[in-house]
Design a protein around this ligand. Structure first.
Ligand SMILES: [Ca+2]
Ligand SMILES: [Ca+2]
Ligand SMILES: [Ca+2]
Ligand SMILES: [Ca+2]
Length: 470
C-alpha cells in the first residue's frame, strides 16, 4: 500500500485555530464566505517565521479589524494575535507576502467619497513592529482600486491591481502594474496592462527579472483566464494570452474563472475554474519555458461536485501542491493534490478537512521543505481561521520530527545528521515521502541507514514514524 494512503499529506494532525474569536474571522470578507474573484494570499513564510492575516467582523459588513498573527518557529508556537488595522471600513481582500524579514500586507479600504482604495503596511523586523498606513496609488482615487497583489525583490515591490478609472472614456475595470523602490518610498507611474480584473502577480524566485501576471476578463462578452509576462523586471510586458480559451458560465460573482498561479525557475503552474466538463473544475496549464509555450489544459480536480478557489504553490524540488475547496459532501471541504515531478503527474485527491461545516478560502506558502496552509471554517458557527503545516512542525531540539505525544513513546532509533540508527531488534521498512519503498530488512540492533535530506517514513517497532532529515 502506498503510504500516502495511510498518511494524508494535505496537512499535519490537528489544525491550529489562529483567530479564536466569537466574531466572523475570514481571510476574505464576503457574503459567500469564500473568494468570488480570485484566490488571495493570507499566509507568507520567510526565515522560518509564519505570517498570517485575516479580517474579523461582526457579520457581513465592510467594517472590521485586520488581524495579524505570527509564529517564529515554523508554526509550533504562536504569538498573540495583533489588531493591526481598524476597526475601519475594508472591502473584501488582502494580500500578505514577505522577503527575509520584510513583511508587507496590502488590503482594500472603502469610503463613500473615494470608493475602494488600496493601502499597505510594512514590517522590516519579521512582523515585530509595523509602519503606518501607506497609499501606493494616488491618481483617480475617486474610482475603485481593488484586488492588490504583489511580490518583493530585495526592497522593490512589484504590484498589480484592478482599477475602473476611465479608459476609452468608459469606467471599465483594467489591471494595472507599478513598481515601488525602497519598499514604496517612490513608485513608477500606473501602467495599464489590459482588461479586466483580479490579478495575481508572481516573480519567479529563480529569475527575479521575470514577472508573471494571472488575470481574467469577466464581462458580458468574455469570461476568460488570461496571462501576461515581463522578462525585464516589469519595464515591458508581453501581449495578452487567452489561457482558458473558454467562457466560464453564469453571471454571478461565483461564476468567474477564479484562479491561481505558481512559478519556479521558468516552470509555471497556471490554474483556473470553468465548467467545460459539466461542473466546476480546476483546469490546469503548465509552461516549462517561462511562459513562451503551454501544455494542457487538463482537468486537475476531477470531481463531479463544485471545485473552487484553487491555490497552487511550487517548491524548488519539483514538488508543487494544489489546494482547493470542493463541495464533495454537499458542504465544502479543503482538499489537495500533489505533484513531485514538476507537474507531469499529480497524486490522488486528499482531504484536509472532513466535516459538515463550510471550509474554504485556502491559501498556501512553501518554505524549507514545509507547506503552510491557512483556511477558514464555520465549524464553530462563527468562522475561524485555521493553520496547518506539512510535514509537521519540528522544534529545534526535536530532530526526529515527532510530536510531543509520540516523543514520550520514543522508539528505539536515533537520527544523527543524515544517519538513521536502528537500536533495537525488529523488522523495519523505510519509505520516501511519496510512498515508495526505499529500504527494508531486519535489524538486530545498531544497524545504520543513510538518508538524503527530506521527509521519510519509517515502519519500525510496530509503528509508523515520520522522519525529517535536515
Ligand atoms: Ca470566529
Ligand atoms: Ca478609489
Ligand atoms: Ca468538480
Ligand atoms: Ca466541510
Amino acid at each position: 500500500m502506498m503510504l500516502s494512503a495511510i498518511f494524508g499529506s494535505c496537512g499535519c494532525l490537528e489544525p491550529v485555530n489562529l483567530s479564536e474569536d466569537t466574531l466572523q474571522d475570514r481571510p476574505y470578507l464576503d457574503t459567500w464566505n469564500h473568494p468570488t474573484e480570485r484566490s488571495t494570499k493570507n499566509v507568507a513564510v520567510c526565515n522560518g517565521k509564519v505570517h498570517v492575516a485575516w479580517f474579523n467582523s461582526p457579520t457581513w459588513s465592510h467594517t472590521g479589524v485586520l488581524y495579524y498573527r505570527r509564529s517564529l518557529d515554523g508554526g509550533l508556537n504562536w504569538e498573540p494575535k495583533v489588531a493591526l488595522v481598524g476597526p475601519r471600513d475594508f472591502w473584501r481582500e488582502l494580500w500578505i507576502d514577505c522577503k527575509g524579514d520584510t513583511v508587507i500586507i496590502m488590503y482594500e479600504v472603502y469610503s463613500d467619497d473615494n470608493g475602494v482604495d488600496i493601502r499597505y503596511k510594512v514590517s522590516e523586523d519579521g512582523g515585530a513592529t509595523w509602519s503606518g498606513e501607506y497609499a501606493p496609488i494616488t491618481s483617480y482615487i475617486t474610482y475603485n482600486q481593488e484586488a492588490p497583489t504583489f511580490d518583493i525583490v530585495g526592497s522593490t515591490i512589484h504590484m498589480a491591481w484592478a482599477d475602473n478609472r476611465p479608459y476609452l472614456l468608459l469606467p471599465l475595470y483594467n489591471i494595472y502594474y507599478k513598481r515601488g523602490v525602497a519598499l514604496g518610498s517612490s513608485w513608477t507611474s500606473d501602467n495599464r496592462r489590459d482588461l479586466s480584473d483580479s490579478p495575481i502577480l508572481i516573480v519567479d524566485p529563480a529569475n527575479s527579472s521575470r514577472l508573471h501576471l494571472w488575470f481574467m476578463t469577466y464581462n458580458t462578452s468574455e469570461k476568460r483566464a488570461k496571462y501576461q509576462r515581463s522578462t525585464d523586471g516589469g519595464n515591458t510586458w508581453s501581449s495578452t494570452v487567452d489561457m482558458s480559451g473558454y467562457d466560464a458560465g453564469g453571471s454571478t460573482p461565483y461564476d468567474r474563472p477564479i484562479g491561481s498561479m505558481a512559478v519556479y525557475n521558468n516552470v509555471i503552474y497556471y490554474m483556473w475554474v470553468d465548467e467545460r466538463t459539466g461542473n466546476k473544475e480546476v483546469m490546469y496549464k503548465r509552461s516549462l519555458d517561462g511562459g513562451s509555450t503551454w501544455l494542457g489544459p487538463s482537468n486537475l480536480s476531477g470531481t463531479p461536485t463544485k471545485s473552487w478557489n484553487p491555490y497552487v504553490e511550487a517548491a524548488p524540488t519539483g514538488e508543487a501542491r494544489l489546494y482547493w475547496m470542493d463541495s464533495l459532501d454537499g458542504d465544502w471541504e479543503v482538499v489537495c493534490k500533489i505533484t513531485t515531478d514538476w507537474g507531469d503527474s499529480w497524486g490522488a485527491l486528499e482531504r484536509l478537512t472532513n466535516n459538515s461545516a463550510h471550509d474554504g478560502a485556502v491559501s498556501v506558502d512553501y518554505y524549507d521543505d514545509h507547506w503552510y496552509i491557512v483556511w477558514s471554517s464555520d465549524v464553530s458557527g462563527d468562522y475561524e481561521v485555521y493553520f496547518t503545516v506539512d510535514p509537521c512542525p519540528v522544534a529545534q531540539d526535536d530532530e526526529l520530527g515527532l510530536r510531543e505525544s509520540e516523543r514520550e513513546r520514543r522508539p528505539g532509533f536515533t537520527l544523527r545528521g543524515n544517519v538513521l540508527i536502528l537500536n533495537e531488534a525488529g523488522d523495519y521498512a523505510i519509505y520516501s515521502r511519496d510512498g515508495r519503498l526505499y529500504d527494508e530488512g531486519h535489524a538486530s540492533g545498531g544497524e545504520t541507514v543513510r538518508l538524503r535530506r527530506g521527509v521519510w517514513f519509517l515502519r519500525y517497532g510496530g509503528r509508523l514514524h515520520r522522519i525529517i532529515v535536515r
